[in-house]
Design a protein around this ligand. Structure first.
Ligand SMILES: *[C@@H]1O[C@H](CO)[C@@H](O)[C@H](O)[C@H]1NC(C)=O
Ligand SMILES: *[C@@H]1O[C@H](CO)[C@@H](O)[C@H](O)[C@H]1NC(C)=O
Ligand SMILES: *[C@@H]1O[C@H](CO)[C@@H](O)[C@H](O)[C@H]1NC(C)=O
Ligand SMILES: *[C@@H]1O[C@H](CO)[C@@H](O)[C@H](O)[C@H]1NC(C)=O
Ligand SMILES: *[C@@H]1O[C@H](CO)[C@@H](O)[C@H](O)[C@H]1NC(C)=O
Ligand SMILES: *[C@@H]1O[C@H](CO)[C@@H](O)[C@H](O)[C@H]1NC(C)=O
Length: 594
């Protein structure tokens, strides 16, 4: 019968003949039918059940039917009354509509006005509906009223190795189609940030990679990245289109980092049992550096930099998780062998992990200056900014990721020909996303380069004296009063030139310093005669002008004290002389015996 009804609804005219009014959305409310050019509500009767409601929901592009109800009005009003017997006899719907008056009217709720609470994704949880506009509360739906078919997912990944990787398909208007990740103006592609919405909805962890793949031209759903960002229900964003490139993505599936500052940091959670899609924290005692390497790789991040308990909160108490025994080379954590389950883990011991961001600066003679490159989809590419990425603020993100301080200058280079780059928009970066999460594929002959403040290595400082020096670093070095000593500053070769400043602080005298140009990346400050006034703390500060800016870098502090040479004379002069005498006398007698 519902097929007949559908047919009749469609045959009526090209303009809409049914609608839902006075509801929270266009997909819930009182059902109205247009007949004889007049919209009227419908009399509630036996015709209206979930099956007939489903036809209306489909017609309205509102997903599936969730509930059918009736509303009792205080007084009767003009309605269209449709007799079930008439429809079942095969007559056209309009031939079955009769003008009448009633105070019981049909209300419908389609799946676009439902929500799921307490579940792990969009497609599980307690179903609640809101069908009555005058009542702002949501009510649970009785299982008996709810056909399993109505709980079909709208969001899936096809052709990948698991349900968490592959070509994205979306079900809209009852039809699964691949997705064209488009944004006409300005032209934008899906980023990891966009893909992350899909991974979350599928309960598939975080986004690892997203790209456009070419396929034979076909009907697709065009879904713009901007829409996904503001409206996580992909159906709301879908527009019928015809295209030859479609979105393909990979989610991390069984592993994620939560409550961190990017996809590459946070408290580790794993989903170890596919039939139980809930996430659990991991006990610190069950996890080591090799395991961390595997997780960082699985998430598409750089190498692990910090592995520490409780850095990003505790979450659910880690319970019954496995002890992972990774070799470090595995591509996924669940590929690692694991020891038997433990049931206890002391609180405050959930693993937190920080992987480095896959960002680097190359061709700048320092890891803190050069052409900016980002690794995305397993590929290092230079970066070019869509718009005002070339500001210090946004470029500063890269310096911070590299632990290089702040950005000092941002510039660009022009290459002779176009090459593959990652295009990054500043609004994405400024919303707090990591560079990798904002990367879109593109071509450019411009390349972003930048200079960060912590460009220089730390210089070395050391002291030497012709009579030697003594003392461990903590207590400071001792030189002998009246002796000559030298403080040497040196720095690992990086850029030519520069100068060293020897910075001196003592208890009795004010700050003092001496300067020498750097020769072969070092400088030697000679003190002809050690005096008590030389006692104090020394540090080497290296100064360099490069990339149109002044940079400096300071060594650790070295403390020097001048001691009385008394005991030294015995040790360094008398003792060797005595030894020499003994040896000489011994030799004399030895030779004489011969
Ligand atoms: C931590 O992450 C979980 C899962 O993503 C989220 O539900 C929760 O709100 C987050 N908590 C905080 C404090 O950010
Ligand atoms: C996986 O989860 C299901 C449902 O919670 C449970 O019945 C099953 O025993 C679990 N399997 C393993 C291997 O833990
Ligand atoms: C950036 O490129 C320009 C042009 O080639 C160059 O002058 C500048 O030194 C570069 N900056 C860095 C940090 O590499
Ligand atoms: C600085 O000191 C360290 C440790 O003493 C040494 O390994 C390194 O080679 C020194 N670097 C330079 C540039 O002298
Ligand atoms: C020299 O040392 C003093 C005290 O440690 C410090 O305040 C000052 O900034 C240093 N000078 C330079 C140029 O680093
Ligand atoms: C600097 O190093 C070069 C090569 O190591 C050496 O030939 C030169 O003599 C050095 N110059 C000084 C002033 O020590």
């Amino acid at each position: 019968m519902d097929h007949l009804l559908l047919l009749f609804l469609l045959l009526w005219s090209s303009e809409p003949v049914v609608r839902l009014v006075e509801g929270k959305s266009r997909c819930a409310g009182a059902l109205e039918l247009k007949h004889l050019r007049e919209w009227r509500t419908l009399n509630a009767n036996a015709l209206w059940n979930l099956k007939t409601a489903a036809v209306v929901c489909r017609e309205l592009n509102c997903g599936s039917a969730v509930s059918v109800g009736e509303r009792v009005e205080s007084s009767s009003r003009p309605v269209w009354e449709i007799s079930p017997i008439c429809v079942e006899s095969g007559s056209a719907l309009r031939d079955c509509a009769e003008s009448s008056s009633a105070n019981h009217i049909v209300t419908l709720t389609c799946s676009d006005s439902v929500r799921l609470l307490g579940g792990t994704g969009l497609c599980s949880g307690r179903l609640e509906v809101n069908s009555d506009p005058s009542d702002p509360s949501w009510s649970s739906v009785c299982e008996a009223d709810f056909d399993q078919q109505d709980a079909q997912p709208v969001v899936r990944l096809m052709g990948g190795e698991s349900r968490c990787a592959g070509d994205l398909e979306v079900k809209q208007e009852g039809e699964w189609r691949a997705v064209w990740g488009y944004n006409p103006n300005p032209k934008r592609y899906w980023t990891l940030k966009t893909a992350g919405v899909v991974c979350r909805v599928l309960n598939c962890g975080s986004a690892v990679s997203v790209g456009q793949i070419f396929s034979p031209p076909r009907y697709v759903w065009g879904i713009s990245p901007a829409c996904v960002q503001s409206e996580p229900d992909l159906r709301e964003c879908a527009e019928a289109s015809f295209a030859a490139n479609i979105v393909s993505l990979t989610c991390s599936d069984s592993v994620r980092l939560v409550n961190g500052t990017s996809l590459c940091s946070g408290r580790l959670e794993v989903k170890s049992n596919q039939s139980d899609p809930s996430w659990s924290s991991v006990c610190e005692a069950d996890f080591d550096q090799q395991d961390a390497q595997v997780v960082c790789r699985q998430l598409g991040c750089g190498a692990p930099s910090v592995l520490q308990g409780a850095l990003y909160g505790e979450g659910e108490a880690p319970m019954g998780t496995k002890e992972f025994q990774c070799g470090g080379h595995e591509s996924a954590l669940l590929d690692c062998s694991s020891a038997s389950e433990r049931n206890t883990c002391s609180p405050g011991r959930a693993v937190s992990l920080t992987c480095s961001e896959p960002v680097r600066l190359v061709r700048g003679e320092s890891r803190c200056a050069g052409d900016l490159e980002v690794k995305h989809q397993g590929e290092w590419r230079p970066v070019w900014g869509y718009d005002s990425l070339r500001t210090l603020k946004t470029a500063g993100v890269a310096c911070k990721d590299l632990d290089c301080g702040s950005a000092v200058s941002v510039g660009w280079r022009k290459e002779s020909s176009e090459r593959s780059v990652w295009l990054i928009s500043s609004d994405c970066v400024q919303s707090g996303s990591a560079l990798r999460e904002c990367a879109e594929p593109g071509y450019s002959n411009h390349i972003l380069n930048l200079t960060c403040s912590d460009l220089l290595f730390q210089p070395n400082i050391s002291v030497s004296s012709m009579y030697g020096v003594s003392g461990a670093q903590q207590q400071g070095f001792q030189v002998f009063r009246g002796s000559t000593f030298t403080i040497s500053c040196s720095i690992q070769p990086q850029y030519p030139g520069g100068s060293f400043q020897l910075n001196f602080t003592s208890i009795n005298s004010a700050n003092n310093y001496y300067s020498l140009p750097a020769v072969n990346h070092s400088a030697h400050f000679l003190f002809p005669s050690a005096e008590p006034a030389h006692q104090g703390s020394y540090s080497c500060v290296y100064h360099l002008f490069v990339f149109s800016h002044n940079f400096s870098s300071e060594s650790r502090l070295l403390s020097v004290s001048a001691t009385d040479p008394g005991p030294f004379i015995i040790r360094a002069v008398v003792l060797p002389l005595t030894l020499l005498l003994v040896v000489t006398v011994g030799l004399y007698f030895y030779c004489k015996e011969e």
